[in-house]
Design a protein around this ligand. Structure first.
Ligand code: AHR
Length: 670
């Protein structure tokens, strides 16, 4: 145990003592021999895909409404519930009387067929919106409030729009709008807080002190947004994403793309233009109303803001409850829709849909390299399934018009050779994920499709992965990185979760947030570590003495007879994983070591093929005292990356990696 690291001296020594006292438990006894890694830095097995690390996103777990999309008003167009103005309340202090109700007799426009009627009979009466689990208030902050209103004869206002505490006792910011008429008109105001205490215990109130009736619609409140985009995104969450250096964004799903039925798919044309004209739709895949404020253009601008390439998934004629469109003439309108969507993204102003994008405010076409046809079409199995035929029809039409687009299939097809195949891996334990980290090592390379691992996660930790989840993820990522000549794109899923009760439909999710703050899970930090620290060349590496532990693979599926399958035999799974890459321009070597064990792990590193490797380098690492350790919205940085200068590296060195740790060593070699 020569080289206790300088990065973790106290922690590693303490953990080692604890291990001596407790014994190695379920681990195979750690040999006195260290793990030996021999890296041939003069050779390359392949190139690291420059787009290996990306993001996947869809409207799930309140990812956009109540999440990234910065709108603070919930149910702004009163469609969340057809019967009640949910998330809105009548504000009627003692002595005042009034009422609120949905009024389908006063439609707002073709897209929004109802409105909210507020009747003030006596005193100051208003409506309050509770936001998405509160409206966040910060001091000295400008909020942009807007709403549409029209009034009954005899009432011209004024209306007061204010951010107040939930009990109404504190008015954090207020403004007035006047001259209401019998016609719908948009009213806007800037609400500026002063020395407000940061809190989400607030609401937006629109009120009047005069008797009368007014109808309201599309009430909206935006805090400052990332890059000051109107209708934009939350800055804190965008910054977390920016720090991951993602190469692409796979959107809009996932199940959200498909919908439970064709009618509830992501119908991109209905998500364009003025938000007041967007109907929104029921996200029945995840069981809540989507405002579609995050529409196609907003997805693309999100990519632009973070310098990622859009990876567009187009609806391919299959929805989750089994509705499907047969290949042939009935599918043609959907194929055409996809071609139009590509034109909206990439076309210039001379094209129909390019011109529409210009009209929507974005003259410059967006780059597009990858296009996915559908999502998880392996579920379309009835009567042999229709995906082979559907894919062929999409593929031919897309390649005919856009030959350079790389077309991704969501499951195996024989009718055409897709450029990529999208594979999804959700694993329910760290050991299970780790047991698959070598899956791609033996996958034959050839003329067949490359791989996008478009969804993957170690589902350990709620709502976000704990350190155990992160260790499983990191083990898996070493496998993708080592094989990134084949696996050229990857994205974890789901990306986001609103951590409030009722906010999560699917555990485990990478980034958590509530109204006030957001945090990266240990899994987030592991991804940031991998994504920001790799070379462009995969180095051939051999190993000795890799430690393993016993684990119990989950039972298989029940048979057709309903009988539980026999338990599967216990297996050995590695507790140490690694990946070695080098930057061909700078010469920097990146050695990633994942130590999943509860004990410190010495590793002897032998680097061949170089004249010299500097003894000084850098370690970027994360570790935990227990695999259950995690980050939360109240303790966001319990586990985070620590960067330290390290000495004692070189062409041949031994270094000890702490228990439950993920480390990148950056070394200079010539
Ligand atoms: O990530 C959650 C869901 O898992 C996705 O929507 C779907 O593609 C997959 O089944």
């Amino acid at each position: 145990m020569k080289a206790i690291t300088k990065t973790f001296p106290v922690f590693a020594a303490a953990a080692f003592c604890a291990w001596l006292l407790s014994g190695p438990g379920g681990l195979r006894a750690q040999s006195d021999n260290p793990v030996v890694l021999h890296i041939d830095a003069a050779k390359a097995t392949a190139h690291v895909s420059p787009k290996l690390y990306g993001l996947m996103t869809e409207e799930i777990n309140f990812s956009y409404d109540g999440g990234l999309y910065a709108e603070l008003v919930r149910n702004r167009s009163f469609k969340d519930d057809p019967k009640d103005p949910v998330h809105w309340q009548l504000v009627q202090p003692a002595g005042a009387t009034g009422s609120i109700a949905l009024d389908p007799g006063q439609p707002f426009n073709d897209a929004i067929a109802t409105s909210l009627k507020l009747t003030a009979t006596e005193g100051t009466v208003g409506v309050a919106n509770e936001g998405y689990w509160g409206i966040p208030v910060r001091p000295n902050t400008r909020y942009h409030a807007s709403f549409y209103a029209k009034s009954a004869p005899g009432f011209t206002g004024p209306l007061t729009v204010a951010i107040t505490s939930n009990d109404g006792a504190t008015v954090e910011a207020t403004a007035q709008v006047a001259r209401l008429t019998g016609e719908w008109k948009k009213y806007e105001a800037t609400l500026t807080t002063k020395d407000a205490k940061p809190s989400s215990e607030n609401r937006l109130v629109i009120s009047t002190a005069r008797p009368g009736t007014v109808w309201l619609n599309l009430a909206s409140l935006f805090p400052p947004t990332f890059a000051n985009r109107p209708n934009g995104n939350r800055s804190d969450i965008m910054q977390l994403l920016a720090d991951m250096h993602p190469a692409f964004l796979r959107f809009p799903g996932g199940n959200y793309l498909e919908g439970n039925t064709i009618a509830t798919r992501f119908d991109w044309k209905k998500t364009l233009g003025d938000v007041a004209q967007r109907p929104g739709h029921m996200d029945d895949a995840w069981r809540y109303w989507s405002s579609d404020g995050m529409g196609l253009l907003e997805f693309l601008e999100w990519c632009e803001d973070l310098h990622m390439e859009p990876l567009l998934a187009v609806y391919a004629g299959y929805s989750l409850r089994g509705e499907r469109v047969a290949p042939g003439d009935t599918l043609t309108p959907y194929v055409n829709e996809a071609l139009e969507e590509i034109e909206y993204v990439t076309g210039d102003a001379k094209t129909t849909w390019g011109a529409r994008r210009v009209k929507d405010g974005h003259p410059k076409p967006f780059p597009l390299t990858y296009l996915e046809v559908g999502n998880e079409d392996n579920f379309d199995r009835r009567d042999g399934g229709t995906y082979d035929g559907r894919f062929a029809q999409f593929f031919d039409a897309i390649k005919a018009k856009y030959p350079r687009l790389q077309v991704i299939a969501t499951t195996k097809v024989t009718s055409r050779t897709p450029d990529l195949l999208d594979e999804h891996y959700y694993r329910n334990s760290e050991d299970e994920m780790a047991s698959h980290a070598h899956d791609y090592d033996a996958r034959p390379r050839g003329a067949g499709p490359k791989v996008m691992v478009g969804e993957w996660a170690t589902r350990v930790g709620r709502p976000t992965p704990n350190m155990s989840g992160a260790l499983g993820d990191a083990a898996w990522m070493t496998g993708m990185e080592r094989n990134s000549d084949l696996v050229i794109l990857s994205s974890y899923a789901p990306l986001f979760v609103n951590v409030n009760p009722g906010g999560m439909q699917w555990p485990t999710d990478l980034i958590g947030f509530n109204a006030m703050s957001s945090y990266g899970s240990p899994g987030y930090w592991a991804q940031q570590l991998f994504s920001a620290h790799h070379g462009d060349t995969i180095l051939p590496t051999t190993d000795q003495n890799i430690p393993t532990k016993e684990w119990q693979p989950p039972a298989g599926r029940r048979g057709a007879d309903g009988q539980a399958p026999p338990p599967r035999p216990a297996q050995q799974v590695q507790t140490l994983f690694y990946s070695a890459t080098r930057d061909s321009k700078t010469g920097t070597l990146y050695l990633k070591i994942v130590n999943r064990a509860s004990t410190p792990q010495p590793v002897r590193v032998e680097i061949g093929g170089l004249a010299s490797v500097e003894s000084k380098g850098q370690s970027i690492a994360m570790s935990a005292g227990s695999p259950d350790d995690t980050n939360t919205v109240t303790e966001p940085n319990k586990i985070a990356l620590k960067t330290a200068s390290v000495d004692g590296l070189g062409a041949n060195f031994t270094r000890t990696f702490p228990p439950y740790s993920i480390t990148v060593l950056e070394m200079k070699g010539k």
